[in-house]
Design a protein. Structure first.
Length: 134
């Protein structure tokens, strides 16, 4: 599988920045918002498949993500628990990698324009993506 695009990395970085300070609760909160908005176009199973695949890809780079169970409904709760045990550096690294993989898969499946539009609609009109030009 090819690595996530620069746009996927930018989306992940902006989502992390947007959710104020990076803390253990931020990553599950971001994914809860994504679940809410993406369940309609992707379905519950579609969202879960993207999330589980994101974990599979991200845990190659960030080992602590491999300790988060991804087969149960409570994945996000378990993610919060695992995040609490990480140093700030590892938490930042894990959040960025997991979100980057998720954004990369989302862009692959629904297209960049629609993915960006969904993120901007969810996080507000002032959510700008100007760092990376595609």
């Amino acid at each position: 599988m090819r690595p996530p695009s620069p746009k996927a990395k930018e989306l992940a970085q902006r989502l992390i920045e947007r959710e104020v300070s990076l803390e253990a609760a931020s990553l599950p909160r971001i994914f809860e918002k994504l679940r809410t908005v993406l369940t309609s176009p992707l379905g519950k199973s579609g969202f879960e498949v993207l999330l589980f695949r994101s974990f599979a890809l991200a845990k190659i780079e960030v080992l602590w993500l491999g300790k988060v169970p991804t087969k149960a409904e409570g994945t996000l709760g378990r993610l919060r628990e695992a995040a609490l045990l990480q140093s700030p550096q590892e938490l930042t690294r894990g959040c960025f990698e997991l979100l980057t993989q998720f954004m990369g898969l989302l862009i692959t499946f629904i297209g960049e324009d629609l993915a960006v539009q969904i993120i901007q609609d969810t996080w507000g009109k002032d959510f700008s993506l100007s760092r990376v030009q595609v």
